[in-house]
Each structure stands twice: as C-alpha cells, then as structure tokens.
Design a protein around this ligand. Structure first.
Ligand code: GLN
Length: 204
C-alpha cells in the first residue's frame, strides 16, 4: 500500500486541454491520488507519464490539435510507448478509421478500430447504461454516454474490457498502452477506469 502511494505521488498525467471535459478528468485523477497537468502546447508534453484525451467534439479537437502543432509531438509520444487514454471524442482521435467523420477530420490512427461518430443514433443520443467491466456480473459500472461513438469493428490486437450488456457493444477497449472508452467515466464517482489507466502507467 505504501509502495503504491509512493508510485502515485511520483507520476504526472497530462490532460489535453484544448476543449471538452478537462476539469472532470483532472478531478478524477486527483481522487485517485495522481497529479495532473493541462496540455495546451507541445512543451507541456515533456516529462509526462501518460496522457488523457477528453471527450468533446472530435472535429473541433482535430482542428485544434492541428492548429496547436500537437499532432506530431503527441504521435511521437504514443509511438514511444507513453500510455494514452481517450474518452468519447478522445477515443475517436485515436482510432484508425472514423465513420461519419468530416472529410478534413484527422486522427492519430493508432487504435486498430473502426468507430462510427454518434453511433447510437438520434434517439439514443445520450443515455445511461450499466457496463460490465472485465466480465463482472452483474454489470455495475455507471456508463454515461453522450453522443457516443460506437465501435464497429476491432483489430486482433484489441482487447474488450467493458461491454454494455443489452447489445454486447464494446465500450472499454485496450490495445497495449492505449485505452479507450466510448463513455465518460470522469462524470461519475466510480474511479475504476482511471485506476486501470494508472495501472497501465505502472506497468511501463
Ligand atoms: N459526438 C462527438 C464527436 O463526434 C463525441 C461526443 C463526446 O465526446 N461526448 O466528436
């Protein structure tokens, strides 16, 4: 326990702070006991142990990342093995293929996934549904979905860590040091998903 606390005190997790629910992720990291830092310009990326790309609007995020000259630097960090966690629009920003995206929308193209923007359609625009984490039954993670992307197909390197039971859709996925959620764990008081990301940093 003491060792764990020592590790948590030593690390700093960046939260990309161009748009979206930045403060909520910082609050969750704070509750887990980890320091966080807003990332707005390339120099903010030095000496980070991990990075979170929050939800928001992926077309806007794409534009702001490009304008901020952050595509290459973040891409290099990911290629160098820095753990990264994308929620909702953040997950879209990591995916290899975006369906229903804007033609000028870009992504880091590192997650072997195809995602459909606003994939749950108009009627289910935003909804809450319990998530089954790691096959734990009954599903007990509070899933908050806001104009969420739907994972349409997965590559062989991708592990499914969480599903919404009603339609079996994968909502929490991992590929090595990349973690993605189609929902918003930072909007709940359940810290398990942020703790999982921190444990990925601990494995590095
Ligand atoms: N629908 C948004 C997009 O395409 C994502 C919504 C969200 O991040 N809550 O980027």
């Amino acid at each position: 326990m003491k060792e764990k606390r020592g590790f948590l005190e030593k690390i700093v997790v960046g939260v990309l702070a161009l748009q979206g629910d930045v403060l909520e992720h910082r609050r969750a990291l704070d509750l887990v006991g980890v320091k966080s830092k807003e990332v707005k310009v390339p120099s903010d990326l030095t000496s980070l142990d991990g990075l979170i790309i929050p939800g928001g609007e992926s077309t806007t995020l794409s534009l702001l990342i490009e304008l901020g000259g952050l595509f290459d630097v973040i891409g290099e960090k990911i290629a160098g093995g820095m753990p990264i966690f994308g929620t909702c629009a953040g997950l879209i920003m990591l995916s290899e293929e975006i369906i229903d995206g804007r033609s000028d929308q870009k992504s880091f193209e590192v997650f072997e996934l195809s995602v459909r923007r606003n994939g749950y359609g108009r009627q289910l625009d935003s909804f809450e549904a319990p998530i089954e984490l790691n096959g734990t039954s009954p599903p007990n993670f509070p899933g908050v979905f806001i104009r969420a992307p739907a994972v349409v197909s997965l590559g062989s390197k991708v592990e499914v860590l969480g599903k919404v039971v009603k339609d079996e859709s994968p909502v929490l996925i991992r590929q090595g040091r990349i973690l993605g959620a189609t929902f918003h764990p930072e909007l709940t008081d359940d810290l398990r998903v942020h703790e999982l990301f921190i444990s990925m940093i601990e494995e590095v």
